[in-house]
Design a protein around this ligand. Sequence first.
Ligand code: BGC
Length: 752
Amino acid sequence: MRNRITERCGWLAIACLLAASALAQRRPVNPVSAPAWLNKQLSPDERADRVMAQMTLDEKIGLVHGTGLPGIAEPVDAEEAAAQLHSNGGAGLVPGIPRLGIPDLNMADSAVGVARGAFRGRYSTLMPSNLALGASWDPTLAHEYGALIGRELRDQGYNMSLAGGVNLAREPRNGRNFEYLGEDPILAGKMVGQYIRGIQDQKVIGDIKHYALNDQETGRHVANVNLDKRAMRETDLLAFEIGLRDSGAGAVMCSYNRINGDYGCENDYTLNQVLKKAWGFQGWVISDWGATHTTVKAALAGLDQEQPGRVYFGAALKKAIESGEVPMARLDDMVHRILRTEFAVGIVDNPSVTKVVDVFAGMEAARKVAEQGSVLLKNAKGALPLDPATVQSIAVIGSHADVGVLSGGGSAQVDPPGGNVVPQSKREAGNGGGELDALLGGPVWFPSSPLKSIRALAPEAKAEYNSGDNPAEAAALARRSQVAIVFVNQPSSEGRDLSLSLPGRQDRLVQAVAAANPRTIVVLETGAAVTMPWIDQVSAAVEVWFPGISGGEAIANILFGKVNPSGKLPLTFARSEADLPHPQVAGAQSSMSPISIGIGDIQIPQPPPFNIHYTEGLKVGYKWFDAEDKQPLFAFGHGLSYTTFEYSQLRATGKEVVFTVKNTGRRAGAEIAQVYAALPAAANEPPRRLVAWEKVTLGSGEARTVTLKLDPLHLSVFNVAADGWQLVPGDYRIFVGGSSRNTPLIAAIKVP
Ligand code: BGC
């Protein structure tokens, strides 16, 4: 615009320039005069370069930090207060540059749905927990899940998601395992990859987090995690590597903890060397909220954006740039990464148009995931499914199953429509003590009543509810009923770890009910794995995790066989904590000292710094149980169906595995057929690893030949000396079956 006006202006150039700049300010962007960087034909990198050529130093600095916690903490000064006016209500905001057509970045936590919208009067779909999605082992479903979240983010005016958690369940008591995808790096990586791709396909920037090894919540701000490079690359980092490769996620959130001495957000090895150099990541590294600790060190180690404030990447970074401590080229790299991602994902060209969320589509999607992700753990003598034609009386006991289902807490918390259906006073004892409890509150129950859905599917039966508060009364109801369904729960939230035991007196409740009624079915609403000292006394157990807004309906559909369960465990269920690699969670909460971490005006007390040595190394989850020859309660990959499957005719090479699965029962069903590999002895690996799987849906009596390609990465080991992946030549064995501990087919292969 400016050029065209000056051409026509001739000798009146100066006056015209003034006019042009006034015009440019009034109409920064329009289809006729759009600046070059708004030309969609150019590559995202070119567009970023062109816009950067117009930017001032202050504008660049403005893109590499957040603006506090709008709505949660008071702004630190007038500048922050003014910036916060651009907030859409989410956890993060980076104001854009209107004169250049660069939009505000409005970010929301959205692991299981767009978090915390109630204060703006917004509704979002609560999806089942990420671990429930992980239990579906279905990347296509993960894409649908992500797409729903992406759509709802856009509908609510956000253009960036803070979801995509993929820390491995190395520590099964990690209070955030419900936000992650289990213990296997390949399964978790493939699932998170499609989940983030689903989000980004809606033209919303996706984020993968928490990079890396933030595998427990206890002491997350102060713990130094120690793990050797090979183990790191083959476990947690592999999940990120696959997730990034499959999704093209725009952002990577670095974690609170230290990794081998350096904080996650100032760790040259994980950020510069691995993420940016080895994996070729082109997006930007965003700090977890309050995880930045330095200016120069963090900037040079690869951090690109501080959140949520500007303690280190505001004036302090500007000073470091001006003094040359941080080269201008590094700031340009940060800004380029952010802008090229905005162009690549499409948020500049496609501003979100707010509209009402499609509530019913969300409920459908949530129900489907809950049904596909529920795992039938035990089903003795065909106790399930229940037959509505013959069942006359049902005792429904515990976990507020009369009114709702449990959701996960912390920054992932979605607000329930109409509020928590279990008022504060009724919340279970034994919760609390977590870092964020004071800020965010206790467990939140969503209005999806299992009791109501059970009654709807068995209208002729008498279904009665008992709270389970008094085990003797619950047992009395169970005794006079044909079937007893006990609901147990384990609230979990960011900021605190768990015990493997169900909280409160729930184990005793199950035992009392099981003693009163031989047909006792347990429904578990837990964040992750729990122990089940009563398992031999009950007929059936179904793990439904945190099942989302349609949880009640999904649970009833499974109990009555309207849906044939097909989920498989994405993490091992141990018999006892003594069987875990670290029998105690390091650094008990009780050792808290006055050290605090501050976000805005909020101070969070911290325990003194401590080390965590992940001495199990490569042996995460089932690999530990296999290597140590420990019998799990339920193995990784385990999950039953109302039908049965038979495996046969295995043929394997180093490139593909072919086998047949047959449905040998009377119902249609789906089997997640799993392929494990044992590497040659020279590889020095745990006994076996998951290398491929497929969900096979079969009618009664139907058989299918399944061909699965083997990705060389899945068979490789990380060679630290060569700093790369290596396929170890030698004799491999391939195992195929329905769980990591049930692989009826075995073949030997040679890799040259
Ligand atoms: C969590 C992140 C989250 C951020 C913003 C942090 O406490 O660890 O997962 O995205 O807060 O809410």
